[in-house]
Ligand binder design. Structure first.
Ligand code: PMP
Length: 376
């Protein structure tokens, strides 16, 4: 048996998504920007997918721009919005964002025209919204607030509805990176006062290399990639098969994800119980309240994450350290929590295809390897 438990990293494509994409490689291969019939056919498919993506977050269809993924969406909104600010502005974000936000704001900061305020999470991974409110109320040079909807390592769900409300009250643009939250947390960009949102298809059983930026007012951003402006805020010939696959993944998500969340949550709790019943000195990183139903992040005392990950080729979990991620440092998220033994943190991400049998197998294997490392 081989059990894949790294669904925060990526998910397998749903077979139905693959089926939906198939005609668009060879038969319906048109360029949607072309005005002839072959182009029109592709354009209709792209526009249908745009509706399907918009429906997941209750966005107006024309506010969805296809990108190569959440990384590009985050770059477009952060760089593009700041580039349009004529006077010095600050970006407020958190110290647990994905690198595509953190490195982008770092670059903007280094370039010197604008500043950055990094909100620090507490030991549970939680954010103080009072602190956010206080900054917004006292500083009128904030250009954008960017807070992720859910964390990709510890699964913490942030209160984006409340943040949207605070931003609206202070008249500040609110962006959320919802890459990990889509399909697991209900998001309504209109009710939640979200001005921009990033997402990626491959986290929701769609293809890699495609995602979207929802942006309420496209004129707020200056495009960083110039060309035909096919997606207004970005350019390049549309990746039609991937866009169609993304649309189908969103359609399936709307129909199926409510039931999946419950099933995945039950599997996560089963795994946690089995591990904590059978192993001492396991610590859960992050709060169990307001946590993605598929996420576990555990520090297993005395067992380096890398030893565990490399010790099991039949159970796939993730560690943030060398060899596996090509990054020798323990994850910035785990370090932000001030956790001891940050190099012993493993991340488990359960997916819709996992079964009870797989979870029990994975648990037994983890227990076996931990015991072997500890006694060795
Ligand atoms: N944001 C978050 C929270 C993520 O988890 C990821 C992917 N790990 C990204 C952004 C980037 O997504 P992509 O690599 O598909 O551009």
């Amino acid at each position: 048996m081989r059990v894949y438990l790294d669904h925060h990293s990526t998910t397998p494509c749903d077979e139905r998504v693959v089926e939906a994409m198939k005609p668009f490689w060879t038969e319906r291969f048109g360029n949607p920007s072309a005005v002839h019939e072959v182009g029109n056919d592709a354009r209709e498919a792209v526009e249908q997918a745009r509706e399907q993506v918009a429906a997941v977050i209750n966005a107006p269809t024309d506010a969805i721009c296809f990108t190569s993924g959440a990384t590009e969406a985050n770059n477009i909104v952060l760089q593009g919005l700041m580039a349009k600010c004529t006077s010095p502005r600050k970006i407020i974000t958190t110290n647990v964002e994905h690198s595509s936000v953190l490195k982008t704001v770092d670059r903007i900061n280094q370039d010197g025209a604008h500043g950055v305020i990094l909100l620090q999470v507490d030991g549970q991974g939680l954010l103080s919204l009072t602190a956010l409110n206080d900054i917004l109320a006292s500083d009128d040079t904030i250009g954008i607030v960017s807070v992720m909807a859910a964390n990709n390592e510890i699964g913490t769900i942030y209160n984006i509805e409340k943040i949207g409300e605070i931003c609206k009250r202070n008249n500040v643009f609110f962006h959320t990176d919802a890459t990990q939250a889509i399909g697991k947390v209900d998001i309504d960009v209109q009710r939640m006062n979200i001005d921009a949102l990033s997402m990626s298809a491959h986290k929701i059983y769609g293809p890699k290399g495609i995602g979207a930026l929802y942006i309420k007012d496209k004129s707020r951003v200056k495009p960083i990639i110039c060309g035909g402006f096919q997606e207004e805020v970005t350019s390049g010939t549309s990746n039609v098969p991937a866009i169609v696959g993304f649309g189908e993944a969103c359609r399936l998500l709307i129909e199926e994800s409510p039931a999946e969340r419950e099933q995945i949550g039950r599997l996560r709790d089963r795994l946690l119980k089995s591990l904590t019943d059978n192993l001492d000195d396991i610590k859960i990183n992050g709060t169990m309240e307001n946590r993605l139903p598929n996420n576990l992040n555990l520090t297993i005392k005395g067992v380096q994450a890398e030893a565990l990950v490399l010790g099991m080729d039949d159970v796939i979990v993730s560690s943030g350290s060398a060899c596996i991620s090509q990054n020798p440092e323990p994850s910035h998220v785990i370090r932000a929590l001030g956790v001891d033994n940050a190099d012993c943190a493993i991340r488990i991400g359960i997916g819709k295809g996992n079964t009870e049998e797989e979870i029990d197998y994975a648990s037994a294997r983890i227990i076996e390897v931990v015991n072997a490392v500890r006694s060795g």
